[in-house]
Design a protein around this ligand. Structure first.
Ligand code: FAD
Length: 399
């Protein structure tokens, strides 16, 4: 049986950050990553790939070998928390048991397909490069694309498809109304106005306050019984998480995320650390972090620090996080940066147009550079606020 000081399960933004930081700060630690794929996927660019834009491929194995970490492609099927062991189903059908001293769970999330009937059978979700490739092949032929959702993924997707394939008839359906809101995750009046004008410019149909009740073959049935017909439907109605932690007896919060202390330790199993979308953590001063790459990357750094502290028999430090902005791509040449306060509530200021698109592109490329897969790129402009949470916190402390 293979034995490691630290095993990280899940090589998304957060898990890869954790492995990278552990390898960099403690070359003597035996650390390994398990992921069901053989490559790191830039999940925040899946809508770009779905609209046919070229995608970079980052294989785990050579990169992890170079930094001194182990890798296995396989799905973790079960965790025996009492024995500190994992059961892994290898990609080739083999079975493996790994022992760990400390475990970092970075299982991420997937699109929630259990919201209304028919999603799994009749919609595509932006969860994998295969889903994206299938959509890209279809979109070249034209037709009616229906995107359902009222969040960032749906806004970015409709803009990307409408811009790249002007012959597509794109409809966006949202159960909510797009209106200014001061709540965390909300938009300022300027942002709402810009999104509406962008949807008009791209000639896409935007149906708000329109809950879809069920999906059937080629049809979305609305609450009032009306039907929207489609050739392809993208469901982008929020994320859900794996039940693996729950099956292992690890305490979870509402929605199944692992309930964590501010040090990212499981409240029920302190030797286990959770990070990224799978972790439910109340961080100062942001509050409970929403599922995002923005929070997942700094959380991965904190997870690495907590794991190394536990390895040394020391007390891990609390994770602090502050939101600074949300950035939305609206095609390749346009975008929207909504500046926010530390709790993700919108400020009046927004950036739009090419300047916002350049920033979004910079932020996306930084996420890959940040996990050591490429070298850092230069920022295109000077940001009006601090770029990351650590800098934002320093600003707050000075204020
Ligand atoms: C189209 C799109 C655009 C987005 N844009 C933004 C954005 O602009 N800004 C932002 O902040 N967020 C954005 N997000 C959300 C963001 O992608 C996620 O919040 C982020 O990827 C979470 O990172 P993570 O490391 O926690 O998990 P993930 O990136 O989901 O990675 C989890 C990893 O765990 C692996 N895994 C899961 N279960 C197992 C198992 N049992 N065994 C082995 N491996 C396993 C998976 O294969 C995967 O590699 C976007 C999402 C989508 C879909």
């Amino acid at each position: 049986m293979d034995t490691y000081d630290i095993v990280v399960v899940g090589g998304g933004y957060s898990g890869m950050t954790a492995v990278d930081r552990i390898a960099a700060h403690r070359p003597s630690a035996r650390v390994a990553l398990v992921d069901s794929k053989d490559e790191f996927v830039e999940r925040i660019r899946l809508h770009e790939a779905a609209a046919g834009h070229e995608r970079k491929v980052f294989r785990y194995e050579p990169h992890l070998k170079a930094i001194g970490a182990g890798f296995m492609q396989g799905r973790v099927e079960s965790i025996d928390t009492g024995a500190s062991r994992l059961r892994i189903a290898g990609a080739d059908g083999s079975r493996h048991d790994w022992a760990y001293r400390h475990l970092i769970l970075a299982l991420g999330s997937r699109t929630n397909k259990a919201v209304i009937p028919g999603i799994a059978e009749h919609a595509v979700c932006l969860d994998s490069v295969e889903d994206a490739a299938e959509l890209a092949r279809w979109a070249r032929g034209g037709g009616r694309l229906l995107v359902i959702g009222g969040g960032l993924t749906s806004f970015e997707s409709v803009a990307e498809f409408a811009e790249t394939f002007p012959s597509l008839r794109v409809t966006l359906v949202s159960a909510a109304t797009l209106a200014p809101s001061d709540a965390p995750g909300g938009y300022s009046a300027a942002a709402v106005d810009y999104l509406r004008r962008t949807f008009q410019r791209l000639n896409l149909q935007f149906l708000e306050n329109t809950p879809v009740q069920k999906l059937q073959a080629g049809r979305a049935v609305l609450a009032g019984g009306e039907v929207i017909e489609f050739d392809r439907c993208i469901w982008a109605g929020g994320f859900s998480v794996s039940d693996l932690p729950q099956r292992a007896g690890i305490a979870v919060g509402k929605g199944g995320r692992i309930a964590c202390t501010p040090t990212l330790q499981s409240v029920s199993h302190p030797q286990i650390i959770a990070t990224g979308d799978i972790a439910e953590v109340n961080a100062e001063p942001s509050g409970v972090c929403r599922m995002s790459c923005a929070a997942g990357r700094p959380m991965g750094e904190a997870a690495a620090a907590s794991a190394l502290a536990l390895l040394d028999g020391a007390k891990p430090a609390a994770f602090h996080f502050a939101f600074t902005f949300r950035c939305i791509s609206l095609g390749r040449q346009d975008g929207l940066i909504q500046f926010v306060d530390v709790m993700d509530r919108p400020l009046a200021e927004v950036w739009t147009g090419a300047r916002a698109a350049r920033w979004k592109e910079y932020v996306c490329s930084r996420t890959v550079a940040g996990v050591g897969l490429t070298t850092a790129v230069e920022p295109p402009d000077t940001p009006p606020v601090a770029l990351n949470s650590q800098q934002a916190l320093k600003q707050l402390q000075k204020a």
